[in-house]
Design a protein around this ligand. Structure first.
Ligand SMILES: Nc1ncnc2c1ncn2[C@@H]1O[C@H](COP(=O)(O)OP(=O)(O)OP(=O)(O)O)[C@@H](O)[C@H]1O
Ligand SMILES: [Mg+2]
Length: 292
């Protein structure tokens, strides 16, 4: 008998899910999310990422197999789901599925109010969450008047205001402008430093390689590979089989290393890290134009 591991926060064991129309959403998917880790879920369109996420907070219930949270099978009763959803914050792929209140502040307050927090705490959390996504000024705006990117930010604020243990984000970068993508990553880094576990889906393999501790690859409703992100250069066949490209830094580094211009090890996980390996590269403290 294998002992339960207390470092696993969320566990999928042979989870299958069939939609009402007979479509297969998940087909025997097994996957572990470790406490305190940053996880990127990669996979082609239709591979099952969104379906998997909707199982993470009990929105969908497996047709067969088990989802465990903190070692316990998910309790699909009213109280069990309420507890699970207070611990697992979920950002939907489409913000219009998530927003339903009249104003921005009302929407962001909904989750914390549902947790039974007092008005003062809710107000503080809402203000902090809106400030974190750069929307402090538009709390009173009607949600339906916002742009796609603004709506997405409101959704992110709504999740942040819940102070979840596990943050599940379905393609959080999609539809955000570069500045907001950078802000979002800074927020995620901050939350991770505070001990939050993060699971996100993305089609951006460069970002996944640079950011994640663990990478999980979905194909046809299954998790076909899970590994520490640093192992990605050895998992190229699995990436290709799932229809995913290599992060651009991998072939670039291989070419420069083959010409003896940079060492073969350590393997850089971003173009910035690769540039820093070039002879004569400026060290961070030597970079010009640094604003103190
Ligand atoms: N509401 C639904 N009813 C029926 N089938 C569905 C439904 N939602 C998804 N599916 C099917 O389940 C499978 C997995 O879809 P899912 O949305 O989980 O994929 P995904 O990896 O999130 O894709 P994308 O990258 O396009 O967001 C697909 O075959 C899809 O057609
Ligand atoms: Mg999806």
């Amino acid at each position: 008998m294998t002992l339960p591991r207390d470092d696993i926060l969320l566990q999928f064991e042979q989870v299958a899910f069939r939609y009402a129309d007979g479509n297969t959403g998940l087909d025997g998917c097994s996957l572990d999310i470790l406490r305190g880790s940053r996880n990127a879920l990669l996979g082609a369109n239709g591979s099952g990422k969104t379906t998997l996420f909707q199982h993470a907070n009990g929105l969908l219930r497996p047709t067969s197999g088990t989802v465990r949270y903190a070692g316990q099978p998910v309790d699909y009763g009213r109280n069990g789901l309420r507890e699970l959803r207070s611990r697992v914050g979920m950002l939907f792929q489409n913000p219009d599925r998530q927003l339903f209140s009249a104003s921005v502040a009302e929407d962001v307050s909904f989750g914390p109010l549902n947790l039974g927090l007092d008005d003062d705490t809710v107000r503080r959390r809402v203000a902090a969450a809106l400030a974190a996504v750069g929307l402090a000024e538009i709390g009173e705006r009607p949600v339906h008047q916002l742009s796609f990117g603004q709506k997405k930010r409101v959704c992110i604020a709504g999740v942040l205001a819940m102070h979840p243990e596990l943050l599940v984000l379905d393609e959080p970068k999609a539809g955000l402008d570069p500045a907001m993508q950078a802000d979002l990553l800074a927020i995620l880094d901050d939350l991770h430093e505070q001990g939050m576990s993060i699971l996100l889906s993305t089609h951006d393999v460069d970002f996944a390689y640079r950011w994640a501790d663990h990478i999980h690859i979905m194909a046809a409703g299954r998790c076909v590979a899970s590994f520490p992100a640093g192992e990605l250069p050895q998992r190229t066949a699995e990436l290709a089989a799932a229809g995913l490209p290599l992060p651009s830094v991998i072939p670039l580094h291989a070419r420069l290393a083959a010409q003896g211009l940079v060492p073969a090890e350590p393997r850089p996980r971003s173009t910035d890290a690769l540039l820093a390996m070039l002879p004569g590269a400026l060290q961070p403290e030597e970079k010009p134009c640094t604003i103190a």
